[in-house]
Design a protein around this ligand. Sequence first.
Ligand code: NAD
Length: 265
Amino acid sequence: MQENDHTDAVDTYSRLFRLDGRKAVVVGAGSGIGRESALALAAHGATVVCADRDLKAATETASMGKEMSAYALDVLDGEAVARAAEELGAVDVLVFTAATNVRKHLLDYTTDEFDRVVSLNLRASFDLVRAFGRGMAERGRGSIIGFSSIRSVAVEPGQGVYAATKAGLVQLLRTAAAELGPSGVRVNAVAPGVVDTPLTAQIRSVPEWSDAYASKSALGRWSRPDELAGAVVYLASDASSFVTGSQLFVDGGWTAIDGRYTPPS
Ligand SMILES: NC(=O)c1ccc[n+]([C@@H]2O[C@H](COP(=O)([O-])OP(=O)(O)OC[C@H]3O[C@@H](n4cnc5c(N)ncnc54)[C@H](O)[C@@H]3O)[C@@H](O)[C@H]2O)c1
């Protein structure tokens, strides 16, 4: 390799995670991981639309960075999702984090609760992929990033319906990766471990439950929502140009170890 080639490579690598000139939409940007994802994408040069059912929260996120705007969107409304894809134009990156959980044993679950969790976590994800994926495929480029969970592969009592939606989401995204790959669109999932956000406030409020979760991971603690942002920037950018159909675990090692017992050394 000539010295010039190395200089070119260093120049290219220094921009590997840059998103200048790209437009990102983050659904769920009003809180938790979605807010941090939106801020991180903007910090890397993207123009970011902060979409959320809670417009006030989305506006607050948008006010925290440059080139950020807020957009009211309830993803439970399929027509509104289709309209958003039309209105927001040429989107390069779609991130969606909106999800819900009802923590109850299966025998205690009502049909309404089941429908509520499946509608948001799975059907709305399908609507988003369908609405935004079409335009990306037509333009021949794009990156779609959904949020699954460690619960897509490891369960515990009381997480059954949530876990089923997250496993289902991963298969939906893998299929989208297969179908949209030939058009230049990449589709991936990020699987967090336990993250301190409003979604997990119920767990944080019970010290025994909260501590048990902290000690289950290899790192021995909960994660902060900003610790998910790097995975989102990576999957949005050219740093992951050959990554599609994957699930990136950002779980502090939770799924690598079973955590029952540490034998004496
Ligand atoms: N927090 C964790 O420990 C954890 C662990 C594993 C996976 N995850 C996943 O990560 C993702 C983000 O979780 P979080 O903790 O940041 O959640 P969060 O509850 O903090 O934020 C969710 C956001 O989605 C928005 N939202 C809810 N319903 C909506 C709708 N119908 N339309 C549009 N927006 C809507 C909310 O207003 C909120 O701003 C979720 O998919 C979650 O399942 C979280």
